[in-house]
Design a protein around this ligand. Structure first.
Ligand code: ADP
Ligand code: MG
Length: 479
């Protein structure tokens, strides 16, 4: 039960109404108060907080309300108490405080927290009793700003995350981070949470995956405990939902997410969302959610570049050098890995972890040879698959000829030579057989391809310009 003392004011209006001497407040008058509240607190807050409370009576200048849980009572009292008092007075009733009592069933649940009770009863009761366990997931201790390497591809996302982590006034809502697998979305969200915990311990910060959100929602439905679910999620100060694409196509979860989202935005609470793609591109996500998600700041994490990968590897290697004292890491190994493993950071980290563990196990120095042996499977998997079409396109661009000419029947040297170069590269960089390559060059015979490849092999020994071109093209195609 909680009490609110009215802010003593001596506004003339109150005095006038006191003179009128009305004492009985009817539900009609409460209805007027309600419609005023609906107007001022916003639709979502109204549905979440005000609608569940029920006016009982006004006696001895105390307005009594029934509430579904103590938590709701506390919340309304703290956030809207003064306003409700003022509105009741303005409606012509003398009132000095509000009293919220849990409805019969709810009172039991509230009390249960202080008594030995079944686990289920406890789980339901606790949120109401102590303002709730935060519904979030645990944070990974390694995912901090300190350990996040900033490069061109993630600089904007990092800056936005930093800004939010300062915990100042909300300047964009939501912050929407998106990008492919393993590019650091979860890392950044955890980093925000850690930072906020230090800077603003007063804030209720909740991080969880969209999947966990759904799980809790379904559980609440099953336990017929939606009230606790709603109040819990609407009472956080910063909400982070990871991998939101997960709820696409899951209708009731989307609906609930949408309401939670709106309620928090209305209260000016910070929301941070991540997904594997831009809001507009998430299939089976409701339009209204998409447009809501686009309202704030949308930033993407680009695929890593060589410098960023090298930076991440150097940081990790530094860490491992301390862990595995005495292990020798040869020059060029990290560069080799940054060059070869371009898929995602998780794979890159996994490779380095394995490499150090392996080297320390067999007691060898980490050389390029050892790296290639130890990581042959990962290296093979992340080999970039160059296609014959890509090769044809790049070579035509390089020699400034039309793609249609390269594939067509023309035979003058300035077209035939680039064609042979493209054939040679196709042979070197793809696993296509000679007949397959021939087919892709306008249906040529495999002997034509073989001839072309041989010709280039000969020429590159004698023509330095050609050798240089081949090297350049190969590097462009493989990067
Ligand atoms: P996502 O959530 O985008 O799939 P994660 O945040 O889980 O990716 O990142 C995958 C792994 O890569 C984590 O171990 C993370 O620490 C690491 N990682 C990603 N980007 C960076 C970075 N810029 N600096 C350091 N580590 C990173
Ligand atoms: Mg993630």
């Amino acid at each position: 039960m909680c009490l609110v003392r009215p802010r003593l004011n001596d506004r003339g209006r109150l005095t006038d109404q006191r003179v009128m001497g009305q004492t009985r407040m009817t539900s009609d008058t409460w209805g007027l108060v309600l419609s005023e509240l609906r107007r001022t607190v916003g639709k979502n807050n109204f549905t979440t907080w005000i609608e569940p409370i029920e006016f009982a009576e006004l006696v001895n200048e105390v307005a009594h309300f029934r509430v579904p849980t103590t938590f709701v009572g506390n919340w309304v009292s703290r956030n809207y108490g003064d306003q409700i008092l003022r509105l009741i007075s303005e409606a012509g009733h003398k009132v000095k405080r509000l009293e919220f009592s849990p409805a019969a069933g709810a009172a039991e649940a509230d009390d249960a927290a202080d008594r030995p009770a079944s686990a289920a009863a406890r789980r339901r009761a606790r949120p109401a009793a102590d303002e709730g366990d935060l519904p979030g997931a645990p944070l990974d201790a390694r995912f901090t700003f300190d350990s996040f390497v900033v490069g061109k591809p993630n600089a904007l996302a990092h800056a936005a995350a930093r800004r939010v982590a300062e915990g100042g006034p909300v300047s964009f809502n939501p912050l929407f981070l998106y990008g492919g697998v393993g590019l650091g979305k979860t890392h950044l969200m955890h980093a925000i949470a850690w930072e906020l915990q230090t800077r603003r311990p007063d804030l209720r910060v909740v991080y969880l995956s969209a999947e966990q959100f759904m799980y809790r929602f379904v559980q609440a439905l099953r336990d017929k405990d939606m009230m606790a679910f709603k109040t819990l999620f609407r009472s956080v100060d910063v909400l982070m939902v990871d991998d939101v694409q997960f709820i696409a196509g899951k209708d009731s979860t989307q609906e609930e997410f949408f309401h939670t989202f709106n309620a928090l935005v209305d209260q000016n609470k910070q929301i941070i969302i991540s997904a594997d793609r831009a809001p507009g591109e998430i299939k089976d996500l409701e339009e209204r959610i998409k447009s809501r998600l686009q309202c704030g700041l949308v930033v993407d994490l680009h695929p890593t570049d060589y410098e960023l990968r090298l930076g991440i590897l150097q940081q990790k290697a530094e860490h491992y050098r301390k862990q595995y004292k005495g292990l020798v890491l040869h020059d060029g190994v990290l560069e080799f890995l940054a060059h070869r493993i371009t898929t995602n950071v998780r794979v890159l980290e996994g490779a380095l972890t394995r490499l150090f563990a392996f080297a320390s196990l067999v007691g060898k120095e980490i050389t390029l040879d050892l790296t290639q042996d130890c990581l042959s499977d990962i290296l093979r998997q992340s080999e970039r698959k160059v296609t014959v079409e890509e090769i044809q396109r790049k070579v035509s661009e390089h020699y400034n000829i039309r793609l249609s000419d390269m594939l067509g029947p023309k035979r003058p040297r300035q077209i035939a030579r680039p064609r042979q170069i493209a054939m040679w590269l196709a042979k070197q960089l793809t696993s296509r057989s000679l007949p397959e390559i021939g087919r892709r060059f306008g249906g040529r015979d495999h002997t034509t391809v073989m001839h072309g490849v041989r010709r280039i092999d000969e020429l590159k020994g004698t023509d330095p310009q050609l050798a240089e071109d081949l090297e350049l093209l190969r590097r462009m195609l493989e990067s």
